[in-house]
Design a protein around this ligand. Structure first.
Ligand code: GLP
Length: 242
C-alpha cells in the first residue's frame, strides 16, 4: 500500500485527478469507479478543469457507481445517482449512457443488487476505483463487520453513518434512508487500482486503523492492505495519527 501525504484537500484532489488523467490518456475507454460524499469533490473539480483545458478526453470514459441509497424516489437530489450525474457525469462531459449504477428505487432490491454485480462483471474490471472513508472505516457503504469477500448487496446503515450523512438531508436524520446497496468489499478489491482519499482530522483514526492496523472486518478499509495496487492519499490532518 502506497501512502501519499499532501498538505490539504485541494492538493489531494489534484494528485488523484492527475492519476485519473494519466489513465485516460493511456486508456480512453477506461472504467472509472466513482464515489460520493464530500471528500472526492476536489478530485472531480480538478479533473473537470483538465477536461475544459482540453488536456484530457473523456468522450469514451465509462463510470460506475460504488453505492446507493435504497428507497429514495428516482431523481431525488441526494440519491447517489443524482449526485454523480451532477458532480461527475455533467462536469466531465461524460455520456450518461456510459454511466452504470444500481437501481435504489427497485421493487426487488435483492434482484437489483445481483443485476448490478452481473453488469459490473460484464463491463470488465474497474481500472481505477476512487474511495472515500467513513469515520468508522467503512468503504462504499460496507459498514464495520462486513465480510471482506462480500459482493454487491443490501446493507443497513449504522446510526453513526446516518448521523454523518444527515448534513446532506438538511441535517434531518429522519430523512436519511436506513438501507443501501453497496458494492461488496470483494467486488471493490477486483478493481485494478484502488485510490482512497481521506481529508480532515475526523478521518485520522480511521486512516491509522486502515493503514497500520490489522486487516479486520471491523475496519472495512483495512482490506486495502490485501490489494496489490492500493494508494491512500491523505492530507496532513487525516495523517495525524499515522
Ligand atoms: C458515505 C459514502 C462513502 C463515503 C463516506 C464519507 O457513507 N457511502 O462512499 O466515503 O460517506 O463521506 P465524506 O467524504 O463526506 O466524509
Amino acid at each position: 500500500m502506497e501512502v501519499v501525504i499532501v498538505p490539504d484537500a485541494a492538493a489531494g484532489g489534484e494528485v488523484i485527478a492527475e492519476a485519473v488523467a494519466a489513465l485516460l490518456r493511456r486508456k480512453p475507454d477506461a472504467l472509472l469507479g466513482v464515489a460520493t460524499g464530500s471528500t472526492p469533490l476536489p478530485v472531480y473539480r480538478a479533473l473537470a478543469g483538465k477536461v475544459r483545458a482540453g488536456t484530457v478526453d473523456t468522450s469514451r470514459t465509462r463510470v460506475c457507481q460504488l453505492d446507493e441509497y435504497v428507497g429514495l424516489p428516482a431523481g431525488h437530489p441526494e440519491s447517489y445517482r443524482s449526485v454523480l450525474l451532477r458532480e461527475v457525469v455533467e462536469p466531465l462531459g461524460l455520456s450518461p449512457d456510459r454511466f452504470m449504477g444500481p437501481d435504489g428505487a427497485a421493487a426487488d432490491v435483492a434482484a437489483a443488487c445481483a443485476e448490478y454485480d452481473a453488469a459490473l462483471a460484464a463491463a470488465g474490471r474497474v481500472d481505477l476505483q476512487l474511495l472515500g472513508i467513513g469515520t468508522d472505516g467503512h468503504i462504499g457503504f460496507n459498514e464495520p463487520c462486513s465480510s471482506l469477500a462480500s459482493r454487491t448487496r443490501i446493507k443497513t446503515l449504522t446510526e453513526q453513518t446516518r448521523e454523518d450523512n444527515a448534513r446532506f438531508f438538511d441535517g434531518d436524520i429522519t430523512q436519511v434512508p436506513h438501507h443501501v446497496i453497496t458494492q461488496g468489499i470483494g467486488t471493490i478489491l477486483e478493481a485494478r487500482h484502488l485510490v482512497l482519499l481521506a481529508t480532515g482530522e475526523g478521518k485520522a483514526e480511521a486512516v491509522a486503523a486502515t493503514v497500520e492496523g490489522p486487516v479486520a472486518a471491523v475496519v472495512p478499509a483495512s482490506a486495502l492492505q490485501l490489494h496489490p495496487h492500493a494508494t491512500v492519499v491523505v492530507d496532513e490532518a487525516a495523517a495525524a495519527k499515522l
